[in-house]
Design a protein around this ligand. Sequence first.
Ligand code: GRF
Length: 204
Amino acid sequence: MLSIVVLISGGGSNLRALLEATSDADFPARIVAVGSDTEAPGLEHAEHFGVPRFTVLPSAFTNRAEWGDELLAEIRQWSPDLVVCAGFMRILPPRVVAALSPNLINTHPALLPLFPGAHAIRDALAAGARETGVTVHIVDEGVDTGPTLVQRAVPVLAGDTEHVLQERIKTIERDLLVQTVLDIATDRIRLAAIHHTNRSATTP
Ligand code: GRF
């Protein structure tokens, strides 16, 4: 059984999809805790499913590294096999990434390497993209630069607003994230092997 800590910053619809999927006794993964960098509304989903939650506010620390160390300590209390960033809107400090990667994944609302960063949907619309999508990837020290695990395309339709396109993307994203977690839990996706292959390809 794969144990998971999910990190969120917002409404937590991806978290909710994971909580629903993993509450099925046949699903080979369990969410053991949910963490946030803010009093995120999505933490209520954790409460609803009886999953412990923790919040580590950056404002309580003098620098980002100390905040990251405390976040890492909270995560480690749960000894998770996997940490899933599901709408976690803060860059993790290098020490946190080094401690958790490759068992640290993120979902991003674009077809990376296109449109990295916090405004992926706005940027895709501004660029006039006809298609965007979702990427689930291993987190590395860059911003949305880690090895891609899976991607799924989503069309951009005439007249789309940011909100409409975001909702279309998130419907696909929730499914893709649940499927990816299932694939990791059943070894169809092997994070260590992907990480290793990627490093061999990029390290001189
Ligand atoms: C997702 O689209 C995620 O990719 C992005 O923020 C959104 C979070 O949505 N970074 P939710 O909080 O899971 O509803």
